[in-house]
Write a protein that binds this ligand. Sequence first.
Ligand code: PEP
Length: 251
Amino acid sequence: MREPIIAANWKMYKTVGEAVNFVRGFTGLVAGVTGVEMALCPPFTALAAVAEQLAGTNIALGAQNMYWADEGAFTGEIAPGMLKEIGCRYVILGHSERRQYFGETDETVNKKVHAALKYGLKPIVCVGERLEERESGTTESVVRSQVEGSLAGLTVEQAAGLVVAYEPVWAIGTGRTASAEDAQQVNAFIRGLLRDMFGDAAAEAVRIQYGGSVKPGNTARLMAQPDIDGALVGGAGLQADSFAEIVKNSL
Ligand code: PEP
């Protein structure tokens, strides 16, 4: 049985004060919730304050990006060891906004995945097709090359600990959610790719989230699908009450 993981990606939202307020409200709303892993991924500037607030809770901390080098002259970048030290368990890698606006490729995502694992961080690796790719029927080939490229060279043990987020780009921040059946179909396809790359046991262990306009009202239907093991939540993860509802509706 895979424990689902519901993660909030706050993107470039929330000051330190706003982040702390969120956590104070959220921890009360989900006190006693078990059977689902929760993670908050604030911007870098709020990581330390959120880590402090999460101490002693069962809510994990994640970052939204990192660079792959151990350290060095890379102005503006953050190293994996820095995230580990501050208390991150997860790091989102290859989000479509990083691919679209910051030139991330499967090759750079792959370097980051290897670096994260080296430092004991669990990557949440994002893949997903754009609208024109879905409409032209190339969803599977796009997702295949993202999965194969981003996860190249991992050992079976490393692969088994991954989280993969299937996020169709046309569903992110648009209010347009993939149907539960369409999301399940791609998530099952991804699991098949993982099986080909890493074998049955690892493929069965990987948690594959869905992301794209997840809200309290559509969570249960998505989560009822056999290959959807959680959600990566943007907009609805910015308010403590709606994110807590998503967590509860995932059970
Ligand atoms: C995301 O940013 O990963 C995301 C899925 O955003 P939203 O939930 O707002 O569509």
